[in-house]
Write a protein that binds this ligand. Structure first.
Ligand SMILES: [Zn+2]
Length: 302
């Protein structure tokens, strides 16, 4: 029996975009990533396909507090789960109002359709995680790895399944597209994207020599060295692309236009099927990526 199951949350009707992972231990199922509040129906259906109800899941781990990873933590807590989160993300799960308000400024009318209801997690159901913590639940052991760069507070969770060393990497190992593994889709949102920090995180993941990675977007990576080396190259390429244009005096909207074109060209060169482009390129949100990188370079140069 495979102990790791992938629930495809089909966010906004798109298969293969956001995963919730269910690891079945001797004591029961453990959930890694809840997905957003807008996909709790798909989450519940995915659990039912595995023979579980939400109340059967007593332990939920999230890599970081962004809504696409942790938006349904409050909903899971409502069914009784304990929620394990980075010590510095904890307060945002206990009281998501600040995150919700700032997301509402970005997404406006799309907020509810995109992310759904973001419920708070009661304090006494929250567990704080730190680098190198080792947590045993349901007969499974998870090692916690601090993996910042995409977000300041981000963890990957390592475990051993029948001798196979796996890691749930959230966004730390970027995104993976199984039909075109050479194309790396990178989320570099403001205000926390940090190029050097993220590169160090990728090197940390490389040094662990995992057999398999499970990025939240999406599915499993069977060749971690090849994937991680592409992630490093992509991080350097994207950041350099933006820096060159900043140095040339382009304003942000002009950089976004060029960046979006560049992404499409890179994707088609790497074999991303055109029908996947809207999701992996347009929906990646070039404006948000550029904003994250511009902020990073401006701060560095100030
Ligand atoms: Zn994120």
């Amino acid at each position: 029996m495979t102990a790791i199951h992938t629930i495809d949350l089909e966010h906004r009707g798109t298969p293969g975009s956001i995963a919730s992972y269910i690891v079945i231990g001797t004591g029961g199922p453990v959930m890694i990533e809840t997905g957003p509040g807008s996909t709790v129906d798909t989450l519940e259906r995915g659990l039912a396909d595995l023979g579980f109800t939400p109340a059967d899941v007593r332990h939920v781990f999230v890599t970081h507090i962004h809504f696409d990873h942790a938006g349904a933590c409050g909903w899971m807590a409502g069914h009784g789960a304990r929620v394990y989160v980075h010590e510095f993300g904890r307060r945002h799960l206990a009281d998501p109002s600040r995150l919700v308000n700032s997301a509402r400024r970005i997404y406006g009318n799309e907020m509810d359709e995109r992310w759904g209801e973001i419920l708070p997690v009661p304090e006494d159901q929250l567990e704080s995680l730190h680098d190198l913590d080792s947590i045993e639940v349901e007969g499974l052991r998870f090692r916690v790895l601090e993996t910042p760069g995409h977000a300041r507070h981000h963890h990957a969770f390592a475990t051993d399944i029948d001798g196979v060393r796996v890691a749930f990497t959230g966004d730390a190992a970027a995104c993976f597209i199984d039909v075109s593994p050479e194309y790396i889709s990178l989320p570099t949102p403001p205000p926390e994207f940090q190029l050097g920090t993220w590169l160090a995180t990728v090197r940390r993941l490389e040094s662990e020599r995992f057999d398999r990675l499970y990025p939240t977007h999406f599915g499993h990576v069977d060749d971690p060295p090849a994937h991680l080396s592409r992630v490093k190259q992509s991080l350097r390429d994207h950041a350099a692309f933006v820096l060159e244009r900043l140095d040339a005096g382009l304003d942000e909207p002009a950089i976004v236009d060029e960046y979006a074109e560049w992404l499409v060209a890179r994707a088609s060169a790497a074999g991303v099927p055109p029908e996947l482009e809207p999701f992996y390129i347009t929906d990646t949100n070039p404006a948000m990526n550029v904003a994250g990188m511009v902020r990073y370079w401006n701060k560095l140069r100030a």
